[in-house]
Ligand binder design. Sequence first.
Ligand SMILES: *[C@@H]1O[C@H](CO)[C@@H](O)[C@H](O)[C@H]1NC(C)=O
Ligand SMILES: *[C@@H]1O[C@H](CO)[C@@H](O)[C@H](O)[C@H]1NC(C)=O
Ligand SMILES: *[C@@H]1O[C@H](CO)[C@@H](O)[C@H](O)[C@H]1NC(C)=O
Ligand SMILES: *[C@@H]1O[C@H](CO)[C@@H](O)[C@H](O)[C@H]1NC(C)=O
Ligand SMILES: *[C@@H]1O[C@H](CO)[C@@H](O)[C@H](O)[C@H]1NC(C)=O
Length: 515
Amino acid sequence: PVHYQRARTLKMALSILCALWGLVLEVALTFGPVPRISWEHREVQLIHFHKPEVSNYSTLLLSEDKDVLYVGAREVIFALNSMNIAEKLHEFPWEVTEDKRIKCAVKGKSEQTECRNYVRVLQQLNETFLYVCGTNAFQPTCDYLNLISFELGGKNEDGKGRCPFDPAQSYTSVMVDEELYSGTSYNFLGSEPIISRNSHQSPLRTEYAIPWLNEPNFVFADVIRADQNGTDGEDDKIYFFFTEVSVEYEFVGKLMIPRIARVCKRDQGGLRTLQKKWTSFLKARLICTIPDKNLIFNIINDVFILKSPNLKEPVIYGVFTPQLNNVGLSAVCAYNLSTVEEVFSKGKYMQSATVEQSHTKWVRYNGEIPSPRPGACISNKVGASSYMSSLNLPDKTLQFVKDHPLMDDSVTPIGDRPRLVKRDVKYTQIVVDRVRALNGTIYDVMFIGTDQGALHKAISCENGMHIIEETQLFPNFESVQTLLLSSKRVSTISSCLFCTSTSGKIISVGTLSAG
Ligand SMILES: *[C@@H]1O[C@H](CO)[C@@H](O)[C@H](O)[C@H]1NC(C)=O
Ligand SMILES: *[C@@H]1O[C@H](CO)[C@@H](O)[C@H](O)[C@H]1NC(C)=O
Ligand SMILES: *[C@@H]1O[C@H](CO)[C@@H](O)[C@H](O)[C@H]1NC(C)=O
Ligand SMILES: *[C@@H]1O[C@H](CO)[C@@H](O)[C@H](O)[C@H]1NC(C)=O
Ligand SMILES: *[C@@H]1O[C@H](CO)[C@@H](O)[C@H](O)[C@H]1NC(C)=O
């Protein structure tokens, strides 16, 4: 029983149209708090690391207890002293063999740029090993980096599904209990997107089908642990963030939609249906709009999940831009984790329906939902249900998940609007620190990188958002590519940020969080 909601879909498409094309300039111009203080590059004390012949410092990993910053660059991995990144502790060259480079060039790729090894995964496996993957001239390869000898083990595992072939393609990964979860592409052409778990016991992946992933651009992944004291047997959940081409809105051309997707750690796939595939994969739209102004921010550029211990629940922060951004607008939206979980655990699903012969339309599914609920995590609670493993789930539930990975309900931001909207800037990266000011008030301090090499520091007060500081991190206005926050305090109110630019330079910034 499918009920068409043509009117709603049309209205949405229309308002998105207006937002994209009509983007009311006069409205846009009224936005954006002005930074209270601006620092030029030469006015600030920054510590740099740069090795002249090495570029593309794209992957950072911080070991807080060892005070080491690991850096994955093009054909090399570094270990730096995180207290003074100008001090290099170790370096391991990880180069493509000449033979591989030539073979890659024969396939039509550039021998000087694409056919090299770009490090894309750098994750802590255990005390002594990092798990690392590189594009390796379009033959993605993973290996184990011994932190005592600072050498690769030479295992050369096939990195397919863990690391992209093409260095220009998006990727994200997170290590959870020695298993790597990644969002990337699975083939040479980069046309087969995948969210996978690399595990000896139970490797899992997404179905290769448009409703599951439609040309996604992955930006972030992280794990949210279940409440350890909880009695309801909840599972740990891994969240992925990406922008993809919409299936649910009709639009001339490709309409992009920001998404959050999640899978559960105890998932082991199905027995027949969804064998070696996620049975817990669900995704939903993330809303970041100014409703009364008809402004829709539909490209997500980066995410940070604030999980501070003194927080009741984690808060998800995302930086967004509109698809056609001729005015140069950016927004920050924040989401309660409980809102996200509500959508996945109670929300309506979407369903595809064929109308007018070959034309497919996505509409709300109002029919009966099989039990157990499709896409739900397996609960550990004794006696909660007869399903102790996803392998025992009934076919009806699994078939439903396979056909309905997209939720009809969307995830709305806290306060139903962006935390911050700024014009004349494109935000690329965000990290958030929760700090206690001297008088005891708790603030979330956002550090946001721009495509012009600047860092904005913003806090929200009762009377709105304030950008309290703008710092030019990179002299030649290159985009901020990664931002990493150290949770270790240099003093009670100061933390430390690491940042890379597109051309290959790393800097560290000490920040006075409370400003
Ligand atoms: C770390 O993981 C590696 C690779 O799986 C394994 O060989 C090694 O024994 C582990 N070390 C520790 C200390 O667990
Ligand atoms: C969990 O239990 C421990 C010990 O009983 C307690 O210290 C902690 O605050 C509890 N955590 C939560 C989130 O309730
Ligand atoms: C998010 O959580 C905060 C604090 O727990 C609460 O005040 C707020 O109403 C929640 N917002 C939404 C949209 O659920
Ligand atoms: C701390 O100072 C801020 C800014 O002056 C003020 O808004 C807040 O109410 C103060 N908090 C307390 C607990 O006094
Ligand atoms: C590597 O860095 C150069 C600039 O130094 C940039 O032009 C290129 O796009 C980067 N490549 C990748 C794959 O990030």
